[in-house]
Design a protein around this ligand. Structure first.
Ligand SMILES: *Cc1c(COP(=O)(O)O)cnc(C)c1O
Length: 454
């Protein structure tokens, strides 16, 4: 069935309710119809070629158009399209992927629980954490401490763990026993403190909260090593060591949500390794399969496994498609590609440092308050006044305009309020990064001109 763009758009607005979208507004603007992708480029139904600075939604780490992944799925679907792993059964694709994940993850991780998304991974984490303390005879230890403006998905537990007001508002989340502390967002919240002083102070909010609640109620702390959806907020280097110290001191579990930071984004397998922290649980998804098929998981450390498995009780939780054979095969093959093509080393030693050089040039731009960058994860903070770190009065308008100009210039960058964020496929070459830089640069100049800020 071949439609024109306007026919696609009209059908879309009549029947397709999009996630995280103002549907009425979208119907007015018309959605972009993406029909093809290859490498780091998208093609839309009008024949425009757009460089994908977001790797889809932070997930297409090995780039588009990998025949090898398509073939792996095809062959698995013919041989065994589906079987469950609930009732004393298993299958080679899930076994092989769990072995591989145990191999590449930090040494404390030897088990994985499969799910289909990052949100389900966080729901699983919530149940696992509470079950862990219950099995240890401390059922009152139920509170998870999370952060304002964190993102952990949009199921009920995932959205509750997340700390974004506009998400909580639609149905009055969070659920009980989830509380939020300040995020380590120096640019916005650091005031007169240096970033390293502020990193310690932001982390000590955790200790304050533990004392306020009473340690007998606190089960765990959860955070993304680098907040993604909240605006690529890279914490000061003092932050995570202090969080680790507090978790260790009080014996609470540390959960690193690796859904974005995992699988090479920072130049390491996991963001926890970049920050040198030792989590007890790691939700994973996105880059695990480079988005070719939906799959996620929870990496479970020996500390947790020894109790949940060790006590010999059923963990009454799971999904029909947990460890789906085709998704597992694609994920295994995707990890193989990351290794074979040396993508971690490439991001760490070559394209990451190169992108940093390019990105730091934006510090000179009249609209840019700061840039943040780790590996191939970056942000540009657009501000009203650089010297006083003052944001625009109506947050989000300039960012939205910038995003629209980016697209017109053939580049996908997302806006989180007035922060422009970047997360290109890990296969992006220096040439691709030059192209992204040039398009971003052109966009910022157009924007400065529109705002009279050249
Ligand atoms: C995207 C994301 C999730 C949710 O993953 P879904 O697959 O969309 O459910 C959870 N945590 C983090 C850090 C994410 O970026």
């Amino acid at each position: 069935m071949l439609h024109s763009t306007t026919e696609w758009q009209s059908l879309d607005s009549r029947h397709f309710m999009h996630p995280f979208t103002n549907t009425k507004d979208l119907a007015r603007r018309g959605t972009r119809v993406i029909t093809r992708a290859e490498g780091v480029y998208l093609l839309d139904s009008e024949g425009n070629q757009i460089i994908d600075g977001m790797a889809g939604l932070w997930c297409v780490n090995v780039g588009y158009g990998r025949e090898e992944l398509a073939k792996a799925a095809y062959e698995q679907l013919q041989q065994l399209p589906y079987y469950n792993s609930f009732f004393q059964c298993t299958h080679p694709p899930a076994i092989e992927l769990s072995e591989k994940l145990a191999e590449i993850s930090p040494p404390q991780f030897n088990h994985v629980f499969f799910v289909n998304s990052g949100s389900e991974a966080n729901d699983t984490v919530l149940r696992m954490v509470r079950n862990y303390w219950k099995l240890l005879g401390q059922p009152q230890k139920r509170v998870l401490i999370s952060r304002i403006n964190g993102y952990h998905g949009s199921t009920v537990a995932g959205a509750s763990l997340g700390g974004q007001k506009f998400i909580h508002e639609i149905d009055d989340l969070p659920i009980p026993d989830i509380v939020h502390i300040e995020q380590p967002y120096w640019y916005q919240n650091g005031g007169e403190h240096s970033p390293s002083q502020y990193g310690i102070l932001a982390a000590q909010e955790l200790e304050k909260k533990i004392n306020e609640l009473g340690i007998e109620r606190v089960a765990a702390f959860i955070g993304e090593p680098i907040q993604g959806a909240g605006g690529v907020i890279v914490p000061p280097e003092t932050y995570w060591p202090e969080i680790q110290r507090i978790c260790d001191k009080y014996g609470i579990l540390l959960i690193a949500d690796e859904v974005i930071c995992g699988f090479g984004r920072t130049g390491h397998w996991f963001g926890s390794e970049y920050f040198n922290i030792k989590p007890d649980l790691m939700p994973i998804a996105k880059g695990l399969s480079s988005g070719y098929l939906p799959i996620g998981g929870v990496m479970v450390s020996d500390r947790i496994a020894d109790v949940i498995i060790g006590k010999g009780k059923e963990f009454a939780h799971g999904f029909t498609y947990s460890g789906h054979p085709a998704a597992c095969v694609v994920a295994s093959r995707n990890l193989e590609i990351i290794e074979r093509e040396g993508l971690l080393e490439k991001v760490q030693n070559d394209t990451g440092p190169y992108l940093r050089q390019l990105w730091e040039r934006f510090n000179e731009h009249p609209l840019v308050g700061e840039v943040r960058i780790v590996g191939l994860l970056g942000a540009i903070e657009l501000v009203d006044d650089k010297s006083s770190r003052r944001f625009f009065k109506e947050r989000g308008k300039v960012g939205e305009r910038c995003r629209d100009l980016c697209i017109q210039n053939g580049l996908v960058m997302r806006a989180v309020q007035d922060t422009m964020i970047l997360s290109p496929p890990l296969v992006a070459t220096r040439g691709h990064l030059d192209e992204i830089y040039e398009k971003a640069s052109k966009t910022l100049n157009q924007l400065a001109e529109e705002l009279g800020r050249c």
